[in-house]
Structure formats: structure tokens, C-alpha cells
Design a protein around this ligand. Structure first.
Ligand code: GAR
Length: 190
């Protein structure tokens, strides 16, 4: 199963996927390429000798791709014949033409137990609201932001002693376990 990863940030989840692959915990999945919409994102440092990493132009809008950029992204990703496109901290909304090009192949990681706390700063939203359990979710991507069918989730307990920073650390640790596990399961037909 060919996997292409898209991300905008430091890439700790992409790193967790690559580590799982090295340790034989990614089932039949193989990461083929990593793309970012941010030219200096940490995620672009992760490829090593084996996996191509590439910044793709995305500077017309802040939160989405322009139609021209979208066509470029589709073409570059298609060149790796992906069976699965993994959004690992990709901070743009992908629209219909992209989702049609990779129908039933795009999954997203979100740092809350959806449907609670969709959108930006989900960890901060959960902390401020005072919920006692939050976590992370992997779901299929649909045109509705953070609204697609849920594949799997991991719960995290918020203790009285937690700060926004310690909670973020706990949620990220849960993500690093969840995302490789979901990819491996999908590669084996779940
Ligand atoms: C992760 O916490 C992921 O859930 C979140 O961005 C972070 C990326 O971290 N994604 C979203 O908020 C998507 N709406 P990373 O670059 O270290 O993997």
C-alpha cells in the first residue's frame, strides 16, 4: 500500500509513521513521499536518502489551495500512485477536486475526540472547556471540515495538574501511537 504524507509543521507524526515502518509495525504500508505547503517545515527534513520530500507551492491563500495549486498538488501526488494520502498536521482544507482525485483514500489526524472540538487549536479548546477526557481521532476526509467518518480514536485523561503544555504532550504521544496503528490496520484491510 503506497502512502503519501502531507504536513505543514514539525512532522512528529510523520516521524512516528516512518519509525513504525522501520520497526516493521506499518503492515503492508510503505511511505513513498512527503509533501509540505510550508517551505521550511520540519516535516521536509524527515525523508532521509530513501523517501522524497518536497515543498509544493501553496501561497495564494492561507487556508486552502487555489485551483491551479490544487492541480499541481494532484499531479505531484498521483506520480507516487498512492493508495492512501495521510494528512499529518496538514493545515489546509482540501476541496472537492482534490478529494475526487483521491476518492476514499484521504485520512486526517485531529487532536481531539471528534465530533468534539473540530477546527483550530483543538487541544486548547478542550483544555479551556474543562473536559476530563480528550484525545485524538483519525477519520476519512470529506468536504465537511473534520466531519468525515471516524476510523479510530485514542483517549487521553485531563488531570487537575495538567497545563496546556502537558496536555499537548499527552495528546501528541497518543497520536504517535494511533496514526501508525490505523495505517497498518488499513493496509491489512482492517
Ligand atoms: C498534530 O497534533 C495534528 O493532530 C494536528 O497538527 C499537529 C501536527 O503535529 N492537526 C490538526 O490540527 C489538523 N486540523 P506534527 O507536525 O508534529 O505531526
Amino acid at each position: 500500500m503506497n502512502v503519501v504524507i502531507l504536513g505543514s509543521g514539525r512532522g512528529s507524526n510523520a516521524a512516528a509513521i516512518l519509525q513504525a515502518q522501520r520497526e516493521g509495525r506499518l503492515g503492508r504500508a510503505q511511505v513513498r513521499a512527503i509533501f509540505s505547503d510550508q517551505p521550511h517545515a520540519g516535516i521536509l527534513e524527515l525523508g532521509g536518502d530513501e523517501i522524497p520530500t518536497c515543498y509544493l507551492k501553496a501561497d495564494t491563500f492561507k487556508t486552502k489551495l487555489s485551483p491551479e495549486e490544487e492541480q499541481l498538488w494532484i499531479k505531484e501526488i498521483e506520480a507516487h500512485a498512492p493508495d492512501l494520502v495521510v494528512l499529518a498536521g496538514f493545515m489546509r482544507v482540501l476541496k472537492e477536486p482534490f478529494l475526487r482525485a483521491f476518492e476514499n483514500k484521504v485520512i486526517n489526524l485531529h487532536p481531539s475526540l471528534l465530533p468534539s472540538f473540530p477546527g483550530l487549536d483543538a487541544i486548547g479548546q478542550a483544555y479551556r472547556r474543562g473536559v476530563k477526557i480528550t484525545g485524538c481521532t483519525v477519520h476519512w476526509v470529506s468536504p465537511e471540515v473534520d466531519g468525515g467518518k471516524i476510523i479510530d480514536q485514542e483517549a487521553v485523561r485531563i488531570e487537575k495538574t495538567d497545563t496546556p503544555e502537558s496536555l499537548a504532550q499527552k495528546v501528541h504521544a497518543a497520536e504517535h501511537a494511533l496514526l501508525p496503528r490505523v495505517i497498518a490496520a488499513l493496509s491489512e484491510g482492517m
